[in-house]
Ligand binder design. Structure first.
Ligand code: SF4
Ligand code: SF4
Ligand code: FES
Length: 224
């Protein structure tokens, strides 16, 4: 359903965009995000909004353009004529429970993962999670890496994840890819599997410091 602005100003009318948000007809202006359009149009019950910068993952939306249905983040999506937008409720509580502090060492971490996320090995490679991700993450590959026990690489694959959980909603196997990514990042940090480039740079700095001690230390050494 579309509407049109009726104003005395022809320029304003040319830039108006008619769409629906949560079933209500809204007249917005070109260049507005869908969050701004919702506020501008006085759409009630839009509470799932946080950062407005695409990092909190809370402004989850479903969009319909004709027969095409997609998902996204409302603060990162601009208004379009005729698009139907529905703000989605916050993601429900995760179904996979664990305490990272219970993991004493990394030897059985793959077995632990299979116990916690038994669905991960049943990925049907439907690409639903990849298509849903507003951050362009290769979610399906991240799940495959985690299922293969390659948690550091899986964690890196999910580096830009904002935990909007749109991939979880898209997954027909209830794998919860967002939480697979979170698990991977958590265990990587827990077992101190630091990124190799960071380890390498720290070692370079340590050597530099040994070869060129700070002046005050050199002075103190001379006095001793
Ligand atoms: S990986 Fe999933 S939770 Fe993370 S940003 Fe993409 S869709 Fe959202
Ligand atoms: S949506 Fe689920 S089943 Fe489909 S590719 Fe992604 S993880 Fe696999
Ligand atoms: S409001 Fe935070 S991602 Fe949109």
């Amino acid at each position: 359903m579309t509407t049109s602005n009726t104003t005395a100003n022809g320029d304003d009318q040319a830039q108006s965009v008619a769409l629906t948000i949560n079933g209500l007809a809204v007249n917005a202006h070109e260049g507005m995000s869908l969050v701004e359009a919702a506020w501008h149009g006085g759409v009630p019950q839009v509470t799932s909004v946080g950062c407005l910068e695409g990092v909190c993952g809370s402004c989850r939306i479903m969009l319909r353009r004709g027969k095409e249905v997609t998902v996204g983040l409302a603060c990162q999506t601009f208004v379009e004529n005729g698009v139907e937008v529905v703000f989605l409720p916050p993601a429900s509580a995760p179904l996979h429970h664990y305490e990272v502090s219970d993991f004493k060492d990394g030897w059985d971490i793959q077995a632990r993962f299979q116990d916690i996320f038994p669905e991960a090995s049943r990925c049907r490679h439907c690409h639903g999670c990849d298509n849903a991700c507003p951050k362009g993450i290769t979610v399906e590959n991240g799940v495959a890496l985690a299922a293969a026990g390659r948690f550091r690489e899986a964690g890196e694959a999910f580096f830009e994840c904002v935990m909007c959980e749109l991939c979880d909603a898209a997954c027909p196997e209830l794998i919860a890819p967002a939480h697979v990514g979170l698990f991977s990042r958590r265990v990587t940090a827990h077992f101190h599997l630091r990124p190799p480039n960071l380890i390498h740079r720290l070692e370079e700095l340590r050597k530099e410091r040994m070869e060129n001690p700070p002046k005050d230390r050199r002075k103190k050494n001379n006095e001793d």
